[in-house]
Design a binder for this molecule. Structure first.
Ligand SMILES: *Cc1c(COP(=O)(O)O)cnc(C)c1O
Length: 372
């Protein structure tokens, strides 16, 4: 009996069919243009090509606005990991832009999400009057909408493989900002759409030729390099986060902490910790949706705005910066980039440092704040 192939194995081998050289590590192809066959019998004029001809041989390329070797390998790996045909873009927002261009909806229901996505929606509102509705309805109403022809797109950036597969829960299309966990080293900007509809995939592919929002060759190469370690990274980041959140949450709620203890310092400055692992929900739907661990991002609110503003400056192992998903832990006083949030809020993206060191770093920082 054959067993399903594991996530890491697919990360490392799903692009084997595109490996047309002897190199073990993928070479960097920087060319924008590719030679046609030297055999006149192989030459098919553009007008005589079937649209499917473009998908016949993924090792053959014409011009890098259509396809190129490095991001084609990136897409091959992602198609396997996401359980849907994947297509890559120059950024997460250009992926969303491509999805809305494909579907051209009259109405979109969208909840609290990434603020940049609202900017893309506003662009379509300006161009063709796209109407934005709230998403604060029951799951049963969503199912009804789906049965009447609404499409469900999930921005799954915060829950990359192996944490969650939105296709298992009815998604028609999955979107990722690959600039986060897929890139994973804070050095690649890219976006991804995945779908199981062949017609959508082909339309997205030909739309991308004219929108021109392809990944760069270097980015495609870095992307493959990064995907090789995706499962290892995300699993460790998820474990680190759940450990830190559990420690912080327990310390925050410890009854009658002794004067001078870590718990007392934490309780003097910290107000709340937000993460799925400490979220109170009815039933076990969360654990069912994310059986392999929760996302490596959490947030905290401090008792006072001045504590939130100062905390990043007291931490040694956390960069004070926006974004998430990289090997380096980040903390952001969120009001720096988001106009809608509580000014006492900090968002934390946990990286691959040893979690005990991140914990000690937090203890020192909370103590420094409590003493002021
Ligand atoms: C970062 C992010 C985006 C936008 O992606 P870019 O690659 O920066 O364009 C979209 N959605 C979520 C949830 C994100 O975190």
């Amino acid at each position: 009996m054959s067993q399903p192939i594991g996530t890491s194995t697919r990360s490392i081998h799903a692009d084997d069919v595109l490996n047309v050289v002897d190199d073990v590590a993928p070479p960097i192809h920087v060319s924008t243009t590719f030679r046609y066959s030297n055999n006149p019998d192989d030459l098919i004029p553009y007008a005589d090509r079937e649209s499917t001809d473009f998908f016949d041989d993924p090792t053959s390329h014409i011009y890098s606005r259509l396809s190129a070797p490095n991001f084609t390998r990136f897409e091959a790996v992602l198609s396997s990991l996401l359980n849907g045909k994947a297509i890559s873009y120059s950024s997460g927002l250009s992926a969303l832009h491509a999805a809305l261009t494909l579907l051209n909806p009259k109405r979109i229901a969208i909840g609290d999400g990434y603020h940049g996505c609202f900017g893309v929606v506003a662009l379509f509102t300006r161009l063709n009057g796209l109407q934005k509705l709230d998403l604060d309805c029951a799951a049963s109403e969503l199912e009804a909408a789906h049965s009447r022809g609404a499409y469900l797109i999930v921005d799954s950036t915060f829950a990359p493989p192996p944490l969650q597969d939105p296709f298992l829960f009815g998604a028609d299309m999955v979107m990722h900002s690959g600039s986060k966990y897929f890139g994973g080293h804070s050095d690649v900007l890219c976006g991804v759409l995945a779908t199981n509809r062949e017609d959508w995939y082909k339309q997205l592919f030909s739309d991308r030729v004219f929108i021109g929002s392809v990944m760069g060759n270097m980015e495609g190469w870095l992307g493959v390099r990064s995907l090789r370690t995706l499962e290892l990274r995300v699993q460790r980041q998820s474990e680190n986060t759940t450990r830190l959140v559990s420690w912080l949450h327990t310390a925050l709620h410890a009854p009658n902490p002794a004067a001078g203890s870590d718990e007392a310092a934490i309780q003097a400055v910290l107000a709340e910790v937000f993460h799925v692992s400490v979220q109170k929900t009815e039933g076990d739907w969360l654990a069912k949706q994310m059986p392999n661990g929760f996302g490596p991002v959490f947030s905290i609110t401090m008792k006072e705005e001045r504590f939130a503003k100062a905390l990043p400056s007291k931490l040694h192992y956390f960069h004070h910066a926006t974004s998430l998903g990289g090997v380096e832990s980040l903390i952001e006083w969120r009001t720096m980039t988001d106009t809608t949030v509580d000014r006492r809020l900090l968002r934390i993206s946990i990286g691959l440092e040893n979690w005990e060191d991140l914990k000690s770093d937090f203890v020192k920082a909370f103590r420094a704040l409590a003493e002021n």
